[in-house]
Design a protein around this ligand. Structure first.
Ligand code: IMP
Ligand code: MG
Length: 189
């Protein structure tokens, strides 16, 4: 890990991200030797998904789901992009960037159960267990993290910073108030 720099630091280096994808891809392959439907939750999971499926040495089908949260405290969730595949009778692994309160994952698991999947498990790059509001099981966890905002490698703040190659931690107020300067600072550091 890099040295702290006014609240800016690298959370996981490229080699650590690669090791996580390799480890979790192997675990999923071991648990689903006959294949699995991988459902990626847009948009935050895109980089992790791309690395994970290329480290999953077994049959898999890919689909995407996008949700949007709204309402008081943004605790209500609706589907913005639904599944294309029929998952009834199938084993599904949901791939997420991060599980925070667990509300999103709980919603997704319920939706997939309603569609008649035989089983559904979650695979998250990051798990912020300290903020959980709902008790959801995350079977495949890349890394447990503390309560700091993470950007890059697909993760955003107000839709920015997703294209930073690595996972970075920075002060949320700085990320929000001065995006060009912060982007510059975080890019390939
Ligand atoms: P939950 O419903 O509270 O578990 O929130 C999950 C979603 O919130 C994730 O899929 C992310 O899109 C977003 N999120 C939570 N924490 C962070 C973060 O630190 N960086 C970027 N996105 C986050
Ligand atoms: Mg977001």
């Amino acid at each position: 890990m890099s040295q702290p720099d006014h609240g800016v630091r690298s959370l996981l280096e490229a080699s650590e991200l690669a090791a996580i994808a390799h480890r979790l891809g192997g675990e999923i392959r071991r648990d689903y030797p006959d294949g699995v439907v991988v459902v990626a939750l847009l948009k935050g999971s895109i980089c992790f998904l791309a690395d994970l499926v290329r480290e999953l040495p077994g049959p898999c089908e890919l689909d995407f789901l996008a949700l949007s949260s709204y309402g008081d405290g943004r605790t209500r969730v609706r589907v913005v992009k639904d599944l294309d595949l029929d998952v009834s009778g199938r084993d599904v692994v949901v791939v997420l960037d991060i599980v925070d309160t667990g509300l999103t994952l709980a919603y997704v698991l319920r939706l997939i159960a309603l569609r008649g999947a035989r089983s559904a498990a979650a695979c998250a790059l990051l798990d912020r267990q300290s903020r959980r509001l709902l008790p959801v099981e995350v079977r495949y966890v890349g890394q447990v993290i503390s309560d700091e905002h993470v950007v890059g490698y697909g993760l955003d703040l107000d839709e920015r910073y997703r294209n930073l190659p690595g996972l970075q931690v920075a002060d949320e107020a700085d990320l929000r108030s001065k995006p060009p300067a912060m982007f510059e600072r975080l890019w390939r550091r």
